[in-house]
Design a protein around this ligand. Structure first.
Ligand SMILES: Nc1ncnc2c1ncn2[C@@H]1O[C@H](COP(=O)(O)OP(=O)(O)O)[C@@H](O)[C@H]1O
Ligand SMILES: Cc1ncc(COP(=O)(O)O)c(N)n1
Length: 269
């Protein structure tokens, strides 16, 4: 059984964070483990509270999992503070994790901050160089690049190249926030080539947890031995199905449907 670990925040509403990651791991047939960096009181309407865990607590969870079960890949999500980023980077180094997917989570869809402003420098300098794949959305890529505006596919390509130069092996810039185009395009740069992953843009407000789900799927596929372009291709297919059949639960922005591709007999190659 291949294994994947998520180091991220808990979303009590079940659509994003650790909950989305573990559902994705299960659906992609890898054994999922977790270390929770912060609890959030959260639902489809927004984030009502953020409760970061102590460094000691997060370290104990990572040690418990990696000293016994081990893992074939790790994804990181909400890390909240510079000190948690430093701790996680040290642990990933200590256990020589090489299939690392970094989702540089910064702000929840409703606008609540999930990363402290001053931690962006730590993210850029300490964590990004360890990544196999980094998956920023447009605002996150802009923040990593000191406030740059990214509004076209060409600007996404340049941003991917510039973030890749900060040390990770590959970067996928996600295009979910790209204007009102008819397509939703993600751009991967692997240090040599660009790849475009194109899907129809689905008209729905229920997109809570899309980024978490996408990066967890990439981690699951890397854990199984897929290469980076293949893993991203599968993740794009998986998230598109999950958004197409997203769930109208709660009164706000509902979650994606992690079983969509299976329940609707779509196949992920
Ligand atoms: N309305 C949509 N229709 C189709 N795909 C979408 C839509 N919104 C987002 N996606 C896809 O979902 C994934 C996550 O993208 P994005 O929303 O940019 O990330 P985040 O959740 O981190 O803000 C990407 O693969 C993106 O192309
Ligand atoms: C605990 C936690 N982690 C991450 C997100 C981001 O969600 P999204 O994938 O929609 O950007 C979230 N809302 N809550």
């Amino acid at each position: 059984m291949y294994k994947a670990m998520t180091i991220a925040g808990s979303d009590s509403g079940g659509g994003a964070g650790i909950q989305a990651d573990l559902k994705t791991f299960q659906e992609r047939n890898v054994f999922g483990t977790s270390a929770i960096t912060a609890l959030t009181a959260q639902n489809t309407l927004g984030v009502q509270g953020v409760y970061p865990q102590s460094l000691e607590c997060v370290e104990a969870q990572v040690d418990a999992v990696l000293s016994d079960i081990g893992t074939d890949a790790v994804k990181t999500g909400m890390l909240f503070s510079a000190s948690l980023i430093r701790l996680v980077a040290n642990k990933l180094d200590e256990y020589q994790v090489n299939n690392l997917v970094i989702d540089p989570v910064m702000i929840a869809k409703g606008g609540a901050p999930l990363l402290q402003e001053e931690a962006v420098v730590e993210l850029r300098e300490t964590l990004l160089p360890l990544g196999k794949v980094v998956t920023p959305n447009l605002p996150e890529a802009g923040k990593i690049l000191d406030g740059r505006k990214i509004e076209t596919i060409e600007e996404m390509e340049q941003a991917a190249k510039d973030i890749q130069a900060m040390g990770p092996e590959a970067v996928v810039i996600k295009g979910g926030h790209l204007g009102s185009e008819e397509r939703s395009v993600d751009v991967l740069y692997d240090g040599e080539r660009f790849f475009h992953y194109d899907s129809e843009r689905i008209s729905t407000k229920h997109t809570h947890g899309t980024g978490c789900t996408f990066s967890a799927c990439i981690a699951a596929e890397l854990a199984k031995g897929k290469n980076i372009p293949e893993a991203v291709k599968i993740a794009k297919y998986y998230i598109t199905a999950a958004i197409r059949y997203s769930l109208n639960v709660g009164n706000g922005i509902g979650p994606t449907n992690h079983s969509a591709y299976r329940l609707h007999s779509l196949s992920v190659k």
